[in-house]
Design a protein around this ligand. Sequence first.
Ligand code: MN
Ligand code: MN
Length: 304
Amino acid sequence: MIKKDLFDNESPVFMGSKREINNCSIGIFGVNYDGTCSFKPGARFGPDSIRKVSQCLETYCPKLKKDLEDINYVDLGSLNINSLESSNVINKVKLATNYLLKKNLTPLILGGEHSITRGVIEALIEKYPNLILVQLDAHADLRASYMGNKHSHACTMKRCLEILPEKKILQIGIRSGTKEEFKFMIDNNQLINFRTGENGKEFSKALSPYKNYPIYLTIDLDWFDPSLLSGTGTPEPGGFFWNDFEVILEKLKTFDIVGSDIVELSPEIDGSDVSSVVAAKVLRSLIMTVNNMQYNVYTSKVEK
Ligand code: MN
Ligand code: MN
């Protein structure tokens, strides 16, 4: 049974997702929230747009050689949000993530905007104290505060860093931020150089000490180039393409990804729906990748 007060499960489901938790190892939920968007809002329509266009995707991925039909995943619907105040939304995201963890579901969260990641991390570090973060984003998101809100999407990595015991974030291919944000990333060795078309050598190197660590992957879709994915609130030229995403996944698939989010899709900006299709394919890839480690390999190790 899915907790009714947490999720509104009237939305369509992602691809062939179940609505029942039984026998599932992956749980998806949406957060229809864009209260802190600094430029163009609309990310609150992201989760349902991903679900809607997902019907055009095949269940088989020739690259990962996996079929969604062999994986049990549940789409619990979108979070019931009764207050648009960002700290309340973040708290609700934490409650929902805790609920999934208790049910032994690997959480995959659909934004909404990037501020929601803090709520997921608050829940995850209770289970995985040595969690590290991998961020795909055009922006550093390391501001202390933005437009008077310390929970703005422009501050989300800063808010996560504050609570991560390991203080480790690998920020891949960030191309926009303040002078201070870039100095901070470089001083702390957390800016991973990555250029479109390359093979991700520097990312491999940065990732290699974390073989036995639980990893959370946060994907701000504006990491992709606006020519591929224009449906996002703060587009940034000079971004990445589908092959680049495959390079990143190829590196990550032998690591222990214990959760992920896909944020900042603003579907109404892109009338062609291509942005939503790209986001849906990212989610399909994640379902196939987080399941790769059989999930409980890590937990059984620490809980013994
Ligand atoms: Mn961004
Ligand atoms: Mn972001």
